[in-house]
Design a binder for this molecule. Structure first.
Ligand code: DQA
Length: 147
């Protein structure tokens, strides 16, 4: 079972960017961890990152066409991109799982982060556990597929 782990803008700066909020591990570390977690859960995990909204929308379309489940950290797009939301909605309405993830817990931060336009079309959301948010999201996908 394929799972695309898709990451939005500025997440390529992980490890360098505000490490007190986002931790010291990098996107390369997430790629390695994602592959290892996937192996343990019997999921074929591919981690990608882009700063580009249209590329992220295209990857969500690709997930629908390839029948791949999605773990999505939309980063700042979370809060305002109806294009990402509409693309994410196509994943869940086609019967695939989409777990929204955040490293930080946006509810504890600036008020503009309190609303997610993606949340309402996600299967569920994991936030606030740093890198473990991704692991927990993959475990949720594996658990739902096994149920
Ligand atoms: C984030 C939270 C967003 O508010 C922020 O814009 C990000 C990262 C997180 O993983 O905690 O870029 O999605």
């Amino acid at each position: 079972t394929r799972v695309l782990v898709l990451n939005g803008p500025n997440l390529g700066r992980l490890g360098v960017r505000e490490p007190e909020i986002y931790g010291s591990a990098s996107m390369a570390d997430l790629r390695r961890s994602g592959a290892a977690w996937g192996e343990a859960l019997d999921l074929e995990v591919e981690v990608r990152q882009t700063d580009d909204e249209s590329e992220l929308v295209g990857w969500l379309h690709e997930a629908v066409d390839a029948r791949a489940h999605v773990v999505l950290n939309p980063a700042a797009f979370t809060h305002y991109s109806y294009a990402v939301r509409d693309a994410a909605a196509q994943v869940t309405t086609s019967g695939l799982l989409l777990v929204e993830v955040h490293l930080s817990n946006p509810a504890t931060r600036e008020s503009f982060r309190h609303h997610s336009v993606v949340g309402a079309v996600a299967t569920g959301t994991v936030a606030g556990f740093g890198f473990d948010s991704y692991r927990l999201a993959l475990e949720a996908v594996a658990a739902r597929l096994a149920a």
